[in-house]
Design a protein around this ligand. Structure first.
Ligand SMILES: [Zn+2]
Length: 453
């Protein structure tokens, strides 16, 4: 109806989500105003292009939010204006993705012995599907025999199976109001979490982990919730490395264990932290690919003799890198993860309840920052999907440009000692430190900048 009224010039302005971005012909609009950077060059042009059809002049306005990506874009408009739209990153031979495709292909037509899919030899995969009861092998051909229609189980948005459903239990009824993919569920659907559906806050009353259901009710709470995330990474293997005098960068495979020990309650508008709650959920584990950077211990000790400040510097650098990396690979910030640890799972750094960077050991218990001995913090950016979908390899390849982007983001930020638009939230008074969070993050980025030059 809105579309019809727009075309008939009966409405002047439409406020919309990304729903109007694609596929709807909304006729002759003059101005489009974007509330925040849509996240990709392609989506930005798509939305700006909603105005000025049929060769008419038009105006496009981008109102930047305080998010690091938005701040980066407005300070570096050439990043947006000078680039062709990104290439979406997906690795078609990734095991889980390939398996889905092979399932769907086998449903349509039987595979023959020796047939390949892309460059992959399929014999092992077809045998696996036979063992699962999906295929039958008969005189050189693999026939689909299962009752199911495999494409139904393939999500175009994520590689994990088994979404959680969000069920509104108000007024004694049960209404499904949303679906959340498996990997996002533990951080968003824990008991007492505030979950937003179309800007209406709901509170999770209970979570049925095995049944993949979250039961929610509308709430009038004046806060939202933010899960505390403890992520430990262990390096399993690396595929490639680049070493410079002061630092090195590697690309490889990691094992990840994530726990959400609790959540923060944060008041709307003021963003004050007004309380905490506990989360009781099993640890999440996955194998994925990552890119990581390490600074030579001697170089680090020279640049940042206080290890506490060094940890702060790594956390701030990771925050900035994470945001510019998402921009580079056309991903959402949540498609990538970041972590700082020693790479062996002995300790990892997290921001504690007091807002300070602290170290935690293998069982997530707080541990002291080691005095003396080998100290080599590792900064990870990892592909936040089981098996990895191909996001970390280009980050490794473009490590030099990536570090330069992060340095530019932090350097151009107008804050004094650090803020959520560059190195992450900082504690009041920290900007007065001789080495502010922003200064130490810049030192770390400077050390990493030598890699891949
Ligand atoms: Zn800042």
């Amino acid at each position: 109806m809105i579309e019809r009224e727009l075309r008939a010039s009966q409405v002047d302005v439409v406020v919309s989500t990304s729903a109007l971005e694609l596929g709807v012909d909304i006729g002759s609009l003059d101005v489009s105003v974007l509330n925040g950077y849509p996240g990709t060059v392609a989506a930005t042009w798509q939305r700006l292009g909603r105005a000025g059809r049929r060769n008419r002049p038009s105006l496009g306005v981008l109102v930047a939010s305080s998010a690091p990506i938005d701040q980066y874009i407005v300070r570096h408009p050439e990043f947006f204006l000078g680039r062709s739209p990104e290439q979406a990153r997906i690795h078609p031979d990734q095991l889980l993705i390939l398996m889905d495709h092979v399932r769907c292909a086998a449903f349509e037509l039987p595979f023959q012995d020796g047939e390949i899919f892309g460059a992959e030899d399929l014999s092992e995969m077809l045998s696996y599907l036979r063992d699962q009861g999906l295929l039958q092998y008969q005189s050189g051909r693999w026939y689909w025999i299962a009752d199911s229609y495999p494409a139904n189980a393939v999500s175009l948005r994520s590689v994990t199976e088994g979404n959680f459903v969000v069920i509104d239990i108000d007024a004694g009824k049960q209404t499904i109001i949303a679906e959340v993919d498996y990997s996002s569920a533990p951080g968003t659907l824990y008991e007492s979490a505030i979950y937003m559906v179309q800007s209406q806050p709901y509170q999770v009353e209970s979570l049925d982990w095995t049944g993949r259901k979250a039961f929610v009710r509308k709430t009038r709470a004046d806060y939202y919730t933010d899960a505390i995330d403890y992520t430990r990474l262990k390096i399993l293997d690396f595929f490639d490395e680049r070493c410079a005098e002061q630092a090195a960068s590697r690309h490889g495979e990691v094992h990840l264990v994530r726990r959400y020990p609790g959540y923060k309650k944060i008041r709307y508008y003021s963003h004050d932290n007004i309380g905490y709650g506990n989360i009781h959920l099993p640890d999440q584990e996955m194998h994925t690919t990552a890119v990581w950077w390490q600074v030579h211990p001697v170089a680090l000790a020279q640049a940042l003799p206080q290890r506490e400040r060094a940890i702060e510097g790594f956390l701030g650098a990771a925050y900035a890198l994470h945001h510019v990396a998402a921009l580079r690979v056309m991903a959402e910030v949540s498609d990538l993860g970041r972590a700082v640890g020693d790479g062996q799972g002995t300790w990892f750094a997290a921001v504690g309840q007091d807002g300070r960077g602290q170290l935690r050991g293998p069982d997530n218990e707080p541990v002291a920052i080691p005095v003396g001995g080998h100290f080599e913090p590792t900064l990870f950016l990892y592909d936040n999907y089981p098996g990895g979908v191909g996001l970390s390899e280009p980050l490794y390849r473009e490590t030099h440009a990536l570090i330069a982007d992060a340095e530019a983001l932090v350097a151009a930020c107008e804050c004094n000692g650090g803020c959520p638009a560059c190195v992450g939230p900082i504690l009041p008074g920290d900007e007065q430190l001789e080495q502010s969070p922003k200064a130490v993050a810049r030192l770390v980025l400077g050390l990493l900048g030598g890699v891949g030059a």
